[in-house]
Design a protein around this ligand. Structure first.
Ligand SMILES: [Zn+2]
Length: 130
């Protein structure tokens, strides 16, 4: 997709992935040990770096949500926002809620994301649910 090669690699648990420019093109690495829903978010996050930031840096290393802190760079926040919009488009989230999906777990399953990512997205769109 987009000319990015995605590879699964063994990484420390607090690393979610990376994006880097190699001699033969851009490569997005994903932590092979992480759950599939986290890997999906990581890939979306690395795609965001590629789309938004590839002219600014040629190497991005990403830690997990738990390791990230409040003074994360603008680029990291932009990449998370982009990933959330890609995996949980606003119109689809609102449609799912309107159609009766009101529980965090049900919505997370529907969008195939972690409950953490789903909760951030719902907060962001002004929903409060358990
Ligand atoms: Zn990042």
């Amino acid at each position: 997709m987009l000319g990015i090669k995605v590879v699964l690699e063994h990484m420390d648990d607090d690393v979610s992935g990376f994006l880097e420019k190699r001699s033969d093109g851009w490569v997005a690495g994903v932590n092979a040990y992480h759950h599939r829903v986290r890997q999906r978010f990581t890939i979306a996050h690395e795609i965001a770096h590629y789309v938004l930031h590839r002219n600014k840096q040629s190497e991005f290393l990403d830690h997990t949500f738990a390791r990230r802190n409040d003074d994360r760079s603008t680029m990291e926040r932009e990449a998370d926002q982009f990933a959330a919009e890609l995996l949980m488009p606003e119109i689809e989230v609102r449609g799912a809620v309107d159609n009766g999906l009101r529980k965090l777990n049900d919505l997370a399953r529907h969008f195939d994301v972690s409950t953490l990512a789903m909760r951030y997205r719902l907060d962001n769109l002004g929903y409060r649910m358990g």
